[in-house]
Design a protein around this ligand. Structure first.
Ligand code: ADP
Ligand code: MP5
Length: 268
């Protein structure tokens, strides 16, 4: 059930072309029916053809954005996307630690679909040490899970193995995304007492810019609305599958997925 007064927060980078990052997150929050808020970590000059420039914001303004949001409108859930440097990661972890946020979804963004590195290689270790242990759920794709665990992932068995290893780093749940493998799009949810497989047919679409951002925001929105973890992942998987199904050509490169807004016929 939608509730436009339920606050949900994204801490992520801005994508000027609107397909990924903060823009995708806010569209997803609105479409699923929560109140979206944003803490911007970096500005990217990006379009459907690639990422052309990135400027990180200062750790001071990132910290301040988090503080003023939490002090006034405490989010029911939040997601973290692009956080590019060790300095920014540590600042976010330290600031969030004061607020002990519930329902923290971490999308460990590393490399954009267009091949641009959005996480500095030397910052990977601080993401593992400071951020991942705080997560309620983390949603790595297979290249990210390989980077985190050192396990080469070629099939669902490898996904399970790597997922278990990530679980040992401290998050409550791990959603291993299988979009980068061949065949059906299989995601696996792993927790201490949970093992669930979410499968959809593979859709052969060119326009998949922002799929990971959209899925993690959808999970955050559903958690904020009060669904449990399995139901949140199930509904979010349905959301991203439809969003990919109806993704569209805009610009000349890899276009965005489609967000669905219900038109409410309310009297005003
Ligand atoms: N071609 C596809 N058809 C259907 N679902 C897909 C496809 N590609 C990715 N997905 C789904 O989209 C979500 C994002 O997955 P993935 O592409 O693995 O992550 P990322 O966008 O972070 O690289 C997952 O739920 C995955 O199963
Ligand atoms: C600001 C920002 N955050 C995340 C992504 C990853 O999205 P994708 O993997 O679809 O390029 C991106 N391209 N830009």
């Amino acid at each position: 059930m939608k509730n436009y007064k339920i606050p949900t927060l994204t801490i992520a980078g801005s994508d000027s072309s609107g397909g990924a990052g903060v823009q995708a997150d806010l569209k997803t929050f609105s479409a699923i029916g929560t109140y979206g808020m944003s803490v911007i970590t970096a500005i990217t000059a990006q379009n459907t053809k690639g990422v052309f420039m990135v400027e990180d914001l200062s750790k001071e303004i990132i910290k301040k954005q988090i503080e003023v949001v939490f002090d006034d409108i405490r989010p029911k859930s939040l997601k973290i996307g692009m956080v590019s440097s060790e300095e920014i990661i540590k600042e976010i972890a330290k600031t969030l630690d004061k607020y002990k946020p519930e329902n923290l979804v971490i999308d460990p963004v590393m490399i954009s679909k267009s091949g641009y590195s959005l996480l500095k290689p030397e910052a990977k270790q601080s993401m593992i040490e400071y951020l991942i242990p705080m997560a309620y759920i983390i949603t790595p794709n297979t290249p990210e899970a390989e980077e985190i665990t050192g396990i080469k992932i070629d099939n669902v068995e490898d996904m399970k193995l790597a997922g278990q290893k990530i679980l040992e780093l401290g998050p409550k749940f791990v959603l291993m995304k299988g979009g980068h493998l061949d065949g059906d799009a299989v995601d696996i949810l792993i927790g201490k007492d949970i093992f669930k497989v979410y499968k959809s047919e593979r859709l052969y679409r060119k326009n998949t810019h922002g799929t990971g951002c959209t899925l993690s925001s959808a999970i955050a929105a559903h958690l904020a609305l009060g669904y449990d973890i399995c139901e949140s992942v199930k509904r979010s998987k349905e959301y991203i599958t439809n969003a990919i199904r109806y993704s569209f050509d805009i610009g000349s490169g890899v276009g965005p997925v489609h967000h669905f807004y219900e038109i409410e016929n309310k009297k005003i």
